[in-house]
Design a protein around this ligand. Structure first.
Ligand SMILES: C[S@@+](CC[C@H](N)C(=O)[O-])C[C@H]1O[C@@H](n2cnc3c(N)ncnc32)[C@H](O)[C@@H]1O
Length: 278
């Protein structure tokens, strides 16, 4: 509900404002989409940051996966007839109830036992509905798995922080493993850091983008890591824990709202998670 509410409240002018972010995402995901590829997009939501028309033209099929299928269906409706015919929507919680169990326990001030978290007995994630795909895109949902619901349930800030520190890393790992169990190549798009009035950061977005242009994204991410952000839900940390390495990374500005900027980070990685050491 917390995520669906935010999707429904998306402000006027967003699609136009997010145009440059859609172009940057297309520059990154366009080349790995081979003709006729089966593509899944997790966290498709309103589709405002997604170059959906361009993806649907190149791909053979596109599956939009979101726990808010109404938002994704509205995004599909905006497409022309030919592209729309290639796109289907699946309403699905990629944590399979894990996120709900954590936030409800936090709201009730109970200790949360981690639920099943979609892990197969061999430690790999359970594939997404409709898998296998040729490419899965995880789109800006990682920081939204727990935080919006914790805020909407009125969980006090200390308990909220404690819950995120304890539960967001294993939850993110489980979801990242699921995405990698569903396709040979996965693009993870996440938002390492943001700026708005009253939210002071020790680094400026321009500083990070300058480091990106001059020294590359890996150096720029070390600059971004000095700032305050949802580090505990970072899919790149999950990749490292799962023994997977990025093969390409790109950074761009996500002009979220007037006076609010986010940094977007796209990471391409291949392979499935290594089984846990027992
Ligand atoms: C910030 S939005 C991503 C931006 C979105 N692509 C757009 O353009 O509007 C995050 C999306 O992730 C979805 N989401 C959050 N938690 C999820 C979960 N556990 N399973 C599936 N989707 C989830 C939300 O419903 C939301 O649509």
């Amino acid at each position: 509900m917390a995520n669906a509410r935010r999707n429904a409240e998306a402000g006027f002018g967003r699609r136009r404002r997010w145009g440059p972010a859609r172009d940057s995402l297309w520059d990154f995901v366009g080349p790995p989409i081979e003709d006729g590829a089966r593509v899944a997009i997790v966290g498709a939501g309103n589709g405002d940051d997604l170059p959906m028309r361009r993806i649907a033209r190149s791909a053979g099929s596109v599956t939009l996966i979101d726990l808010d299928p109404l938002a994704a269906r509205r995004a599909r409706q905006r497409l022309g007839r030919a592209e729309r015919a290639k796109v289907e929507v699946i309403g699905h919680d990629v944590t399979e109830g894990g996120a709900d169990a954590i936030v409800l326990a936090a709201a009730a001030s109970e200790a949360a036992d981690l639920p099943h978290l979609a892990a197969e007995p061999d430690g790999e994630g359970r594939p997404l509905p409709g898998a296998p795909y040729d490419l899965v895109v995880g789109d800006l949902f990682y920081s939204q798995l727990l935080y919006p619901a914790l805020v909407d349930l009125g969980v006090d800030p200390d308990r909220c922080a404690e819950t995120l520190i304890r539960h967001a890393p294993p939850l993110t790992r489980a979801v990242v493993a699921r995405l990698h169990a569903s396709a040979p190549r996965v693009v993870h798009v996440h938002d390492p850091i943001a700026w708005w009035d009253g939210h002071e950061q020790p680094v400026a977005l321009e500083e990070i983008l300058a480091a990106n242009a001059g020294q590359g994204p890996e150096v720029a991410l070390t600059v971004a890591a000095r700032g305050v952000g949802p580090h505990e839900s970072d899919p790149r940390a999950a990749l490292a824990d799962l023994g997977l390495s990025p093969t390409a990374t790109a950074l761009w500005r996500w002009p979220f709202a007037p006076g609010v900027d986010y940094l977007s980070c796209a990471t391409l990685a291949s392979g499935t998670a290594a089984p846990p050491i027992t």
